[in-house]
Design a protein around this ligand. Structure first.
Ligand SMILES: Cc1cc2nc3c(=O)[nH]c(=O)nc-3n(C[C@H](O)[C@H](O)[C@H](O)COP(=O)(O)O)c2cc1C
Length: 215
């Protein structure tokens, strides 16, 4: 798999920011260039769930995340939610793929309704109209008929609806394992290489390790 050069990653105010942080770490480690956008409620969720104070100023936020994840110079660009001069605001310069992780029902509904009222919604709108990969990681439970209809509408418009629902067949030992299960599926959809966790059936194809006997 070849890594797309540029990925737009958005954080919104749904629970699940640990998925989004791990995704950013993996995208940077995979040498992607990342455009990061976050909502003001995502900042509240970051404080609540991770004890993180994400700076409001995009430049400060870029420094904050670059230091945290060891990003190279210019590998990470943070855009304000109202920065209409950002490349991702236009179909003439979209990213290769976009993920909203976590995605609130509010943002999901706004994208389904075509509102494009802030840069997250507009960048997602652009991905759909340009037929580029858009991965939404929506989090709410239970789901109302409105949530489900919005998700169906988006899936029909070409988005990938990827709820953070980890499988247990790899026998996860920690919260980090559960997070990695979901992030691995998002990276697969973004066509970004990773080595997060085993893939189903790979041992069978590779055969027994040298010196071992089949049971
Ligand atoms: C701590 C916290 C957790 C929240 N969790 C969720 C959630 O899991 N799913 C959801 O759809 N909304 C959740 N919300 C509500 C949204 O943040 C709210 O609807 C907001 O308007 C979404 O705006 P945004 O999409 O621009 O971030 C949460 C809010 C807070 C403060």
């Amino acid at each position: 798999m070849t890594a797309p050069r540029t990925i737009t990653l958005a954080y919104t105010g749904a629970s699940g920011l640990p998925y989004g942080l791990r995704l950013l770490e993996c995208l940077l480690a995979a040498e992607c260039h990342v455009y990061l956008i976050y909502s003001s409620v995502a900042q509240i969720v970051a404080k609540q769930e991770c004890g993180l104070t994400i700076p409001t100023q995009p430049r400060e936020a870029a420094r904050f995340f670059a230091e945290r994840f060891g990003a190279r110079d210019a590998q990470l660009t943070v855009f304000g939610r109202d920065d209409w001069m950002a490349p991702v605001a236009s179909g003439s310069n979209p990213a290769d793929a976009m993920a909203i992780c976590p995605c609130s029902m509010g943002t999901l509904g706004a994208i389904a309704g075509g509102l494009a009222d802030n840069l997250i919604e507009r960048a997602a709108d652009v991905m759909l109209k340009e037929r580029r990969p858009l991965v939404l990681v929506p989090r709410e439970t239970p789901l109302s008929a409105i949530h489900l209809e919005n998700m169906l509408k988006l899936a029909r418009a070409g988005a990938v609806i990827l709820p953070p629902v980890p499988g247990f067949y790899d026998r996860p030992q920690s919260v980090a394992d559960l997070v990695d299960f979901v992030v691995a599926r998002v990276l697969d959809q973004l066509a970004v290489s990773h080595t997060l966790g085993p893939r189903w059936g790979e041992e069978r194809i590779a055969g027994p390790a040298p010196g071992t006997r089949p049971a």
